[in-house]
Design a protein around this ligand. Structure first.
Ligand SMILES: O=C(O)CCC(=O)C(=O)O
Length: 324
C-alpha cells in the first residue's frame, strides 16, 4: 500500500500532545472524550469519579447479580480450563494465566494482522502495513509504538471466534456477576522504536503501572499472537493490587503511577512478567496495577477481549481512546 501523506493540517493530535504537552494539557485534551462519554452514557460520570475509591467499588460489587452457567459454555475453543479455578485465581491474585488458543486460531489472527493495514499511535491518519513499520516511521517522521486494527478486527473470523467464546463470558459472569457483558475487543501490534518519550509510552499504556477505569468492574482477557519473551514487550501485572489501594492511589486524578511507588505498597515480589508462546492467554482484573513494556527486539501482537457491567461505549469498544 502507498502511505498517506504526513498530516500538515496543524490539527491537534493526541500524539502531539502526548509528545509535547504538560500533564494538565494532556488531561485537557481528553475533555471532549469525557464529554462524549457522558453524553452517550450519563452514568459514566459517577463511575469515573467514584470507581477509583475502595468504598465506591465495594458498594458497587454488592450489586453483583448471581451468575448462572452460560448456555453452551462447553462449546468452547479452549481445553482443560476449570472455570472455578480461574475465578478463584482472579479473586485472590487479580490474575490467572494458562489459557491457550488453538494454533489454527492464533495463526489465523496473526496472518490477518500481518496482511492488514493498522493505525499507528491510535491515530487513523497514520495508516501503514505492519511489515512496513520502519518505513512508516520515516515517512510520518515520528516513532510509531503501536498499530491498532480498530473495527477491522471484526473482519477476521478467528478473532470473532475468540470474542464470542462462551467460556470467556462464563468466567466473566462468575467473577463480575450476572450483569457481565463484553465491552472491548482489540488486536494490536506494539513495536520496538527508538527515541520514545515517556508521554508517548503512556499513550500506548507502556512502561508505567496504571489501572483501568472504563467501568466499575472489569475483566480483561489477553492473548499473545506471537511468542513473547523479555525482548518482545511482555505484559506485567502486580498481584493483589486489585483488592487493596492506599488512599493516595484512590484520590488520584491520574491512573498511572511510578514503579517504585507501586512496588513499595504491594512488594517487590508482587509483579508477574507474562512471557510465553504464541496462543498464551491470561485474564486479569485491570483495576490491579499493570502495564505493557516496550519491545526491544521484536514486535508483539496481542488480542484483548474485555468485559464490564455497563453498556459498552462505542468508541472504546475496539480500543480507540480519544475523540478528536
Ligand atoms: O500492552 C499491554 O500489555 C498493556 C495493555 C493495557 O495496559 C491495557 O489494556 O490496559
Amino acid at each position: 500500500m502507498s502511505l498517506p501523506s504526513p498530516d500538515k493540517s496543524g490539527t491537534t493530535s493526541l500524539e502531539a500532545i502526548a509528545r509535547n504537552g504538560s500533564i494538565l494539557r494532556r488531561m485537557a485534551v481528553r475533555i471532549p472524550t469525557y464529554l462524549k462519554d457522558m453524553r452517550e452514557n450519563p452514568a459514566w460520570l459517577p463511575m469515573f469519579v467514584l470507581a477509583r475509591t475502595m468504598p465506591g467499588r465495594q458498594l458497587h460489587w454488592r450489586g453483583a447479580k448471581p451468575a448462572y452457567p452460560v448456555r453452551g459454555a462447553h462449546k468452547t475453543i479452549f481445553t482443560g480450563v476449570d472455570r472455578d479455578a480461574v475465578v478463584a485465581g482472579l479473586r485472590s491474585e487479580g490474575l490467572f494465566s494458562g489459557l491457550a488458543l488453538p494454533a489454527s486460531i492464533h495463526e489465523e489472527i496473526a496472518s490477518f494482522a500481518q496482511r492488514t493495514p493498522c493505525f499507528g499511535n491510535f491515530d487513523r491518519r497514520l495508516e501503514f502495513l505492519p511489515s512496513g513499520h520502519k518505513e512508516a516511521e520515516a515517512h510520518f517522521g515520528r516513532p510509531l509504538l503501536s498499530g491498532h486494527f480498530f473495527e477491522r478486527v471484526l473482519d477476521c473470523d478467528a478473532a470473532l471466534a475468540v470474542q464470542r467464546d462462551p467460556l470467556l463470558l462464563d468466567i466473566a459472569a462468575h467473577y463480575l456477576g450476572g450483569q457481565a457483558k463484553m465491552i472491548t475487543t482489540r488486536v494490536w501490534w506494539s513495536f520496538p522504536s527508538g527515541g520514545v518519550s515517556d508521554a508517548e509510552k503512556n499513550l500506548a499504556s507502556l512502561g508505567k503501572y496504571h489501572f483501568d477505569l472504563d467501568d466499575w468492574r472489569m475483566l480483561k482477557f489477553f492473548f499473545y499472537l506471537v511468542p513473547v519473551d523479555d525482548g518482545t514487550g511482555p505484559h506485567v501485572y502486580v498481584r493483589g493490587s486489585h483488592k487493596r489501594r492506599i488512599l493516595k492511589h484512590q484520590l488520584t486524578l491520574l491512573v498511572g503511577h511510578p514503579a517504585d511507588e507501586v512496588l513499595s505498597v504491594y512488594g517487590e515480589q508482587s509483579p508477574v512478567t507474562l512471557t510465553g508462546e504464541a496462543g498464551l492467554g491470561f485474564v486479569e482484573d485491570p483495576f490491579g496495577f499493570h502495564m505493557g513494556t516496550v519491545p526491544t527486539r521484536a514486535p508483539r501482537l496481542m488480542m484483548e477481549v474485555g468485559f464490564g457491567v455497563s453498556p459498552p461505549s462505542r468508541r472504546r469498544f475496539d480500543g480507540e481512546p480519544v475523540v478528536r
